[in-house]
Ligand binder design. Structure first.
Ligand code: AMP
Ligand code: MG
Length: 409
C-alpha cells in the first residue's frame, strides 16, 4: 500500500503557491506576506526629542550643576506635530515635547526635571535654569535610528503579527500584498447525514465533518466554501463537485463515500469528471484517502469517520493549503516519552494522546478508544503521536515524535 510520505509527495507535486492580493492593514493579521517590504522612509522620519524638556546646545550646559546652574533664554515652544521655525543659538533653548522635531542649532535635550521648572507650565517660560549637564545627543532620537530607508523590514512568506502591522503603518504602508487564501470547498457525503439543528429520525446522524473541516481550513489559512451535504447518488455528488469548480475552489475536500461500500459513489464520479490518482494509503486512521483532480483542481476524498477526516486533513490537506500559501509544508513535531504502552497494526499511525510535562519531559498517554469512529478521544487529545509504519508495539518509556495541536511551551 502507498506510504504516507509518498502519497503526500505525489499530492504536493500537483499544487503551486497561489497569487498575491492587496488588502488593508486591518485585514492583514495572520496573513502570509507576499513580498519583501523595504522601508520607503526613515523611522523616525526626523530627529526628535525623547523627553519633555528643552532643546539646547550641549556645550552651553556642559558645566551646569545644581550649585552652578546655567540660565538659557527660551525662544520657541515646539509641541509634538509642529515644525520648529527658529534656530537655537548659544545662550538659548527651545521648549520641546516628546516626539517633537529638534530645532536647528540644538543638539541635546535637557529634561524638564533637570531644570528649575519642576514640570511644564502652560505658559512657555522666558528663561530657565539648567541644573544638570547633558552631552551632545542626549534625549534625542535621531532620524533612521529605528529603521533606515531602504532597509528590508519584513520578508516574503512571514505570517503577519501585530507588531508587523505596526511597523508597516509606521512606514506609511496602508495596503499590503499577501498570499491569496486558498479557497477550499467542503462537501459531506452521506444519506445518513442531517444538520445539527434537524431532528434525528431513525438511522440518521449529525454531520460533524461540515463543522470541523471549515474550522481546520480557516485555522490553516484557507477560506472554506461550504457546499453542504451530497447524498449517496452520482447526481448529487456531481452537482456538488460542479459547484466547487464553478465557485473557483483551489482545493476540493470531500468526506465519506470513498470506501468500498455499495453506495460509495464519489470515486466513480471523480473518475468521470476528472481523474482518480490513488485511493488507499498506509495510514491509520485514514486508509481510504482518495486523491484525484477535476479540471486541474486538487481533489482530496477524506474518509467519512470524523477522526479519520481530521487526521487525513492534518497529514494531507494542511500541507496542500500551506504550499498554496507559500509556507513550509514540514509540520513541526516534538519528541515525547510514552507514559504507557500502545499498539498499532503496522500502518503509519496517528494516535490521539494527552501530553503532560513530567520533570521537564513531555510525556504522552492515550486518550482512550482509538477507533476512527470515536471523536471523544480526539476532543481530549493534545496532539497526535506518530507510530511509524511497521511498528506494532510501543513500550512505556519509548521516545516518539508527536504533533502537538498547539505549541504552548
Ligand atoms: P463512509 O466513508 O461513507 O463509509 O463513512 C464512514 C463513517 O463515517 C460512517 O459511519 C458514516 O456515517 C460516518 N460519517 C460520514 N460522514 C460523516 C459526517 N459528515 N459526520 C459524521 N459522521 C460521518
Ligand atoms: Mg457513506
Amino acid at each position: 500500500m502507498l506510504a504516507v510520505e509518498e502519497a503526500l509527495r505525489r499530492i504536493l507535486a500537483t499544487v503551486q503557491p497561489l497569487h498575491t492580493e492587496t488588502i488593508g492593514l486591518h485585514e492583514a493579521l495572520g496573513r502570509v506576506l507576499g513580498v519583501d517590504v523595504q522601508a520607503s522612509y526613515d523611522l523616525p522620519p526626523f530627529d526628535n526629542s525623547s523627553m519633555d524638556g528643552f532643546a539646547v546646545i550641549a556645550t552651553d550646559v556642559a558645566g551646569s550643576s545644581s550649585s552652578n546652574p546655567v540660565t538659557l533664554h527660551v525662544i520657541e515652544d515646539i509641541p509634538a506635530g509642529k515644525a520648529p521655525h527658529m534656530t537655537v543659538r548659544h545662550g538659548q533653548a527651545a521648549r520641546i515635547m516628546t516626539g517633537a522635531p529638534m530645532p536647528a542649532g540644538a543638539d541635546a535635550v535637557v529634561p524638564v526635571e533637570q531644570t528649575d521648572q519642576s514640570r511644564m507650565s502652560p505658559e512657555m517660560p522666558a528663561s530657565i535654569k539648567v541644573v544638570q549637564r547633558v552631552k551632545q545627543g542626549d534625549y534625542v532620537r535621531p532620524i533612521g535610528e529605528d529603521i533606515k530607508r531602504g532597509e528590508t523590514v519584513l520578508e516574503k512568506g512571514q505570517v503577519l503579527r501585530p507588531a508587523d502591522l505596526g511597523v508597516l503603518a509606521g512606514l506609511g504602508v496602508s495596503q499590503v500584498a499577501v498570499m491569496a487564501r486558498p479557497k477550499v470547498a467542503v462537501i459531506s457525503n452521506g444519506d445518513e447525514l442531517v444538520l445539527p439543528h434537524e431532528p434525528l429520525t431513525p438511522g440518521k446522524i449529525r454531520d460533524m465533518n461540515s463543522y470541523f473541516l471549515p474550522a481546520l481550513i480557516a485555522e490553516a489559512g484557507g477560506e472554506p466554501l461550504l457546499l453542504g451535504i451530497a447524498r449517496d447518488t452520482a447526481e448529487s455528488v456531481r452537482e456538488k463537485l460542479t459547484l466547487a469548480v464553478e465557485q473557483g475552489a483551489n482545493l476540493i475536500l470531500s468526506s465519506a463515500g470513498v470506501s468500498v461500500g455499495a453506495f460509495d459513489v464519489v470515486k466513480t464520479v471523480l473518475d468521470e469528471m476528472g481523474s482518480v490518482e490513488f485511493w488507499k494509503v498506509n495510514l491509520r486512521p485514514g486508509k481510504p484517502l482518495t486523491f484525484g483532480q477535476i479540471q486541474g483542481i486538487c481533489f482530496l476524498g477524506l474518509p467519512g469517520n470524523p477522526v479519520s477526516a481530521m487526521v487525513t486533513f492534518d497529514v494531507f490537506a494542511r500541507p496542500v493549503i500551506r504550499k498554496m500559501l507559500g509556507l513550509s509544508v514540514e509540520m513541526p513535531t516534538r519528541m515525547a516519552t510514552m507514559g504507557e504502552a500502545m499498539t498499532s497494526d503496522g500502518r503509519m499511525t496517528f494516535a490521539r494522546v494527552r501530553l503532560t510535562r513530567e520533570n521537564g519531559d513531555l510525556v504522552a498517554y492515550s486518550t482512550g478508544n482509538q477507533s476512527s469512529g470515536v471523536i471523544s478521544s480526539m476532543v481530549k487529545a493534545d496532539g497526535l503521536l506518530i507510530i511509524p509504519e511497521g511498528v506494532r508495539e510501543v513500550k512505556m518509556g519509548d521516545r516518539l515524535a508527536v504533533r502537538p495541536f498547539r505549541f504552548e511551551d
